[in-house]
Every structure is written in structure tokens, then in C-alpha cells.
Design a protein around this ligand. Structure first.
Ligand SMILES: *Cc1c(COP(=O)(O)O)cnc(C)c1O
Length: 376
């Protein structure tokens, strides 16, 4: 938790549950990533946290933006981003959304299949396009690749086709999976992309860009390698694969930029035991899976939890949300322990909750209001 957030919570005691984001920390994370990979253009993945305060600060820092939908494209414009600073990076786009983005001047689009490529040719003629390749997501706590990307042979055929359709075959992309803790995963993916670059050059198509996606991890309950480690690994692999002829490098960080800039402040609703002598207490918070903590699905993202009793004796707990839904259990198998003094009414904080929380909150499931947000 940043000192600014700690002060805000202590002074204001905002109603819970709420997300508090330190926008200065967002800026620090952007600068840290730029320092770790100075040759890469940073396209912030808007979906991680699309708050205007975040987008405006990033515009001021010279960030570009990776948008998943037309509403995100428009949020970037509203924050002051130029159309040339936007990549429409979702491989699954409505025709109407492509047309609107194209009419607004966006000219960089992702795809991963012939059908989407045909839509781009029709609704965003002449645009720069890049094809997403499927890569290993091992080492990622929140994998993505089962849903996106194609194989190298198909990508080769599609990039040739892109030119025939009047599009500009601009580059290749991949995503190693979100909360990726292994720098080697980028190196493997870069090797695969580089071979296809060479292959397509021989076929007469000169690609100019490699999009390395996001994935850069945030420290949750467990330590992760620092961003410099990722920067070095990526530059080593790029230089090995491309020599002095480096293509434009794009990265699309989401989690890394906003994750540790935010804290969720929540109230303990109930501490109970299912049966008289059960050693495990159930701790119910006033936020759960449906209040924004979607990434606790499968206990994939394990937030650090701080309480007013930290330092005292602890015992095993199951942590759950407040709704009448059996799926609304956050942590049951991840060996969470919390102070034995914890009781209902206590305020507890989930650290590094700035990414993928505010927009995952449901609309009034069980009557609960969407998550309140404070940007300071
Ligand atoms: C979600 C997403 C990102 C951001 O990933 P992080 O792991 O949050 O950095 C980047 N690119 C694409 C295409 C995405 O879908």
C-alpha cells in the first residue's frame, strides 16, 4: 500500500467495499517499464483499469493504448489519446466496432483467423494488421492462450492473404499469459515469431513489428521477478533473434501498470465456524467474486490481505464473499491464515488490487452496489 493510500484510508474512512488507486504509482510503474524496455512502445491494456484518471495520466506520459472494444477506444479519445496511439487489440471485434474505430482514425488491428481478417479488409480497408500467434502460457497464473491465437503455418498464410486483401501486413503478436512469472516464456515466443519473420520475408512480405503482449507480473502473496529481469530477458532474445535489424517492439502491459497502485478496502461481515470444533474459520468479506474479485476464480490470483491485528497469533481460514452464491468463495485451498483476533466489523485490505477488479464488479447481484472507486 502506498503512503498516499494509507493516509486516505485513515483520514477519510471511505465506505466499504471500495477500490483506492494512487495515480502517482500508476505513473511510476509506467516509467519503470519504460526504463526496463526503452526500445519498446508501451500500449497500456485499457481493460486492466479504464478509469479516466488512469488514462489521462498515461496520455500525459506519452503512453499508447491497447483497446479491447469500441467503448475503450472512445475512452482513450476522451482522455486525450490520438487515434494513431491506439491499437484495437481484441481478435474478436464486431463489424460495427471496427467501422467506428476506422472512421475515427484508428489504423492498427489484431486478428487471428481468416474470418476476422476479412472483416478488417471490409470495415477498416488499408489498415495495418497484426496476427496473433498461439504460444505457451506455462508460468502464467491467469492463462489466456486457449482462447486466442493461431499456429505459425496459419499465420503465414493469413499474412500473405492480408496483403492480397489490401491491408498492410504489419506484424505479429503473442501473449504469454497474464501474471507471467517466468521471463523465459517471452524468449520462447520471440524465437517462434522471429522464424516466421524470416519465412515471410523470403515470401516477399516485410513485417515491421513484434507485439510482445502483456503478462508482466505484480507481487501478490508471493514474490515475483522484478521488471528489469523481464527487460533483460526480452532484449537478449530480441537481439539473438533479429541481430541489428530489430523490428518495432510493442508491449501491452495492463496488470503491471495498475495492479500495485490499488487497494481494496473491505469490512469483515462475519467470522464463523461451520461446526463447533472446526479449526478453520470462515471469514466473509463485504466483497467477493461478484463484487470485482473475478480473478480469485480457481484461486488464481492470491491477494495479500492485511488486517488491524497483523503480528498477532493466526489460524487457518477460508475467505468468502457476501453473496448467496456457492461459487462466491475466494480462498479455500490456498492455505490462507488470518489473525485469531479478527472479528466482524474489522476493516481489512486486499493489496495490489488495482488491476482487473473495478470492471469485473457485477451490477447489483444480491442488491450490492457496484464497487466504489477513489482515484487519488
Ligand atoms: C489482457 C491483455 C493484455 C494485458 O495483459 P496483462 O497481463 O494485464 O499485462 C495485453 N494484450 C492483450 C491482447 C490482452 O488481451
Amino acid at each position: 500500500m502506498t503512503p498516499k493510500i494509507a493516509r486516505f484510508l485513515a483520514d477519510q474512512l471511505p465506505a466499504t467495499p471500495c477500490l483506492v488507486v494512487d495515480v502517482d504509482r500508476v505513473a511510476e510503474n509506467f516509467r519503470a517499464l519504460r526504463a526496463a524496455l526503452p526500445l519498446a512502445s508501451i500500449y497500456y491494456a485499457v481493460k486492466a483499469n479504464p478509469a479516466p484518471q488512469v488514462l489521462e495520466r498515461l496520455v500525459a506520459l506519452g503512453s499508447r493504448f491497447d483497446a479491447a472494444g469500441i467503448e475503450e477506444v472512445e475512452a482513450c479519445f476522451a482522455a486525450g489519446a490520438a487515434p494513431s496511439a491506439i491499437s484495437f487489440g481484441n481478435t474478436i471485434k464486431k463489424a460495427g466496432a471496427i467501422a467506428r474505430a476506422h472512421a475515427a482514425g484508428v489504423d492498427l488491428y489484431a486478428f487471428d483467423c481468416a474470418e476476422e481478417l476479412a472483416k478488417l479488409a471490409r470495415h477498416a480497408p488499408g489498415s495495418r494488421v497484426y496476427c496473433r500467434i498461439m504460444v505457451e502460457n506455462a508460468g502464467a497464473d491467469w492463462p489466456l492462450s486457449r482462447k486466442f491465437g493461431t499456429d505459425v503455418a496459419t499465420a503465414r498464410a493469413l499474412m500473405l492473404r492480408a496483403g492480397e486483401l489490401g491491408l498492410d501486413p504489419y506484424g505479429l503478436s503473442f501473449h504469454v499469459g497474464s501474471q507471467q512469472t517466468d521471463p523465459a516464456s517471452y524468449q520462447l515466443a520471440i524465437g517462434r515469431v522471429a522464424m516466421l519473420f524470416t519465412d515471410l520475408r523470403d515470401a516477399g512480405v516485410d513485417l515491421r513489428m513484434v507485439n510482445l503482449g502483456g503478462g508482466f507480473p505484480v507481487r501478490y502473496r508471493d514474490e515475483v521477478p522484478g521488471i528489469a529481469t523481464f527487460g533483460h530477458a526480452i532484449m537478449r532474445a530480441m537481439t539473438r533473434a533479429f541481430g541489428n535489424d530489430l523490428p518495432e517492439m510493442v508491449i501491452e502491459p495492463g496488470r503491471f501498470i495498475v495492479g500495485d497502485a490499488g487497494v481494496v478496502s473491505t469490512e469483515v461481515v462475519l467470522v464463523s465456524r461451520r461446526t463447533q470444533h472446526d479449526p478453520v474459520r470462515w471469514v466473509y468479506l463485504d466483497i467477493g467474486r461478484f463484487g470485482g474479485l473475478a480473478e480469485t476464480e480457481g484461486e488464481a490470483i492470491r491477494y495479500r490481505i492485511t488486517t488491524p491485528h497483523d503480528g498477532g497469533e493466526t489460524g487457518p481460514v477460508t475467505v468468502a464473499g457476501p453473496t448467496c452464491d456457492g461459487a462466491d468463495v475466494l480462498y479455500q485451498r490456498s492455505n490462507y491464515r488470518l489473525p485469531t483476533a479478527l472479528e466482524s466489523g474489522d476493516r481489512v485490505e486486499l493489496l495490489a488490487a488495482g488491476a482487473y477488479v473495478s470492471t469485473y464488479a457485477s451490477q447489483r447481484f444480491n442488491g450490492f452496489a457496484p464497487l466504489a472507486e477513489h482515484y487519488i
